[in-house]
Design a protein around this ligand. Structure first.
Ligand SMILES: [Zn+2]
Length: 230
């Protein structure tokens, strides 16, 4: 599903974006404008013996933990959120344990963080997955189309967690997207580029990929705040 299909949500999205714009200015006070303090669960994928996708010496598990830690800093210090994390070091929680972290912290949104890989070196871009059957999660992915970094302006796709085109049959049960089904709240999974694509890899190894990721997650959380406020 290409994000152009998200026009289905155009009316709702335009309202939410206008509301988000009001809240987002000035940027550092936008979430304080929403009375309720948000609780967000960040879920860096893989860990321990499971490195996730690798390319050369670069391991997905390490990159996504760095992204998550930087995002936690932004969300707690500047966006006034409560943030829980499924892991803060190099170990691998089970899917159930990850969902329990969100449940115990009372999170209203879980964001799983990954980096993609493909046998095709041409595959690239930012992919989002939303929790199957969760309209709010799907709407949040629609809102995210407003916040994608310039790197992937034309390479952004959204999928239902059951519809990963890289997965066939029931293989999705062993895939990271499966964790979304277990979360007791809204949940999305971010595949922040393809480690197997030359352009994406260069970007992923740059400081800009980190700052863009933190900005992206912060924007998603702002949109989520607006969802909860309406
Ligand atoms: Zn992964």
């Amino acid at each position: 599903m290409y994000y152009s299909s998200l026009d289905l949500f155009a009316a709702q999205r335009s309202v939410a974006i206008r509301q988000a714009g009001r809240i987002m200015r000035p940027q550092r006070t936008h979430l304080r404008a929403v009375k309720r303090k948000l609780s967000i669960c960040l879920d860096p994928g893989h860990g321990g013996a499971d490195s996730g996708a690798t390319y050369g010496m670069t391991e997905e598990k390490t990159k996504v933990l760095q992204f998550a830690l930087a995002s936690r800093y932004r969300l707690t210090r500047e966006d006034s959120c409560n943030v829980s994390m499924t892991r803060e070091t190099d170990w691998k929680p089970t899917f159930t344990a990850r969902a329990d972290t969100a449940r115990q912290s009372g999170a209203s949104l879980a964001i799983s963080i990954h980096i993609n890989a493909s046998n095709s070196k041409k595959a690239n871009g930012l992919w989002l997955f939303h929790k199957h059957g969760c309209e709010e999660s799907r709407m949040l992915c629609a809102l995210a189309s407003e916040f994608i970094p310039s790197q992937w302006r034309n390479d952004f796709r959204v999928f239902d967690a059951h519809d990963n085109p890289l997965v066939s049959g029931d293989d999705w049960l062993s895939r990271p997207e499966h964790v979304l089904r277990l979360y007791p709240c809204q949940a999305i999974l971010v595949e922040w580029g393809f480690i197997t694509n030359q352009l994406d890899y260069g970007y992923l190894c740059s400081p800009r990929a980190h700052t863009d990721f933190v900005d992206f997650v912060s924007s998603i959380v702002r949109a989520h705040a607006v969802q909860g406020a309406t």
